[in-house]
Design a protein around this ligand. Structure first.
Ligand code: ADP
Ligand code: MG
Length: 304
């Protein structure tokens, strides 16, 4: 055998590698030609090795005919920059209260620093990434978000103003589709703009779900810093139906940033996205594991 110069264990290793590639074939067929929206960062983005493995995964998707669209967060990085400028932050329902001073920092960190970091990382692996800020060319229209919070004693709903935090209202889909048709990988900073040209911070999960819904993506992947949705005993819930996901969102054990995540999965699926997955971006090649292996990882939310 030609392989004789290798030890038996090395032969087994390479044969295993070859069979792994072949086993991916049905998944390649399944995903090729589809749009997959991936929310990446902020917590899942810090580590250099992980960023590089993520960039390679995205390049691979593009090569096999998938159109990945990256929407990135930046929570931890924005937090650090605000801290260095002595600007304090408060969160309501997982969303950062964003005053005028804060939105300036958010815009700078998201659309300059983080966006170019991801674009460069994908480019360095050979992918044709293109950076886009949601507020530029009115890509994402947004309107100011006010949050209604029920007072636990009186049960009266109070409306809370959280500043320049917006909800997406419209997407210029053509701008993104043009990039895809040019063979590019759009990397989008989650900012929006209103008719008065005011810029809004949009939660990256919310932006990703909105874009997935508008472009009729086949899948929405939300990468985060936990293994998925954890139940009241901190055990991973590996699968939820659409109606189960709707029920779980108001449970006490779903808090902070997990609330907008589940909400966005539900909304994306209401707009025709087939499946959403909340998964651990700290695992190397998490995107490939989810899309090209039998079991996948994280919490999948599937149609009823
Ligand atoms: P990201 O930067 O990925 O958007 P977030 O901090 O916004 O991260 O949201 C993920 C966080 O949500 C987790 O780190 C965890 O602290 C919190 N969380 C709240 N409830 C849950 C839950 N039931 N299961 C998993 N994570 C939860
Ligand atoms: Mg978040």
């Amino acid at each position: 055998m030609k392989f004789d110069f290798l030890s038996e264990s090395d032969q087994a290793y390479f044969i295993h590698k070859a069979s792994t590639l072949v086993e991916a074939l049905p998944y390649i067929r399944q995903h090729s030609g589809s749009i997959i929206v991936i929310k990446y960062g902020g917590h899942a983005m810090g580590d250099e090795k992980l960023s590089s493995s993520f960039a390679k995964d995205i390049g691979l998707l593009k090569e096999i005919g998938v159109s990945p669209i990256i929407v990135h967060g930046g929570g931890p990085q924005i937090g650090e920059r605000l801290k260095s400028k002595n600007i304090s932050s408060k969160f309501v329902e997982g969303l950062r209260v964003t005053d005028f001073e804060t939105i300036k920092v958010v815009e700078e960190v998201l659309s300059k620093d983080i966006n170019s970091e991801i674009v460069n990382s994908i480019r360095s692996t050979g992918g044709k990434a293109v950076g886009i800020a949601g507020n530029i060319n009115n890509l994402i229209s947004a309107k100011k978000l006010n949050i209604g919070l029920k007072d636990s004693d009186s049960n009266i709903e109070k409306i809370i103003d959280i500043g320049f935090v917006g909800n997406p209202t419209n997407l210029k889909s053509d701008l993104i589709l043009n990039h895809i048709n040019n063979g590019e990988i759009p990397v989008i900073a989650p900012l929006g703009i209103d008719a008065d040209k005011l810029i809004y911070n949009i939660n990256a999960d919310t932006a990703a779900g909105f874009i997935a819904g508008k472009l009729k993506a086949s899948k929405l992947l939300l990468l985060t810093d936990v293994s998925g949705i954890l139940d009241e005993n901190k055990k991973l819930i590996s699968s939820l139906s659409f109606s189960e996901a709707k029920k779980i969102i108001s449970k006490d054990f779903i808090s902070g940033g997990m609330k907008p995540k589940i909400k966005t999965c539900i909304e994306a699926m209401e707009h025709g996205v087939n499946k959403s997955t909340i998964l651990d971006g700290r695992i190397p090649h998490s995107v490939i594991l989810e899309l090209f292996t039998e079991h996948g990882i994280g919490t999948q939310i599937v149609s009823d």
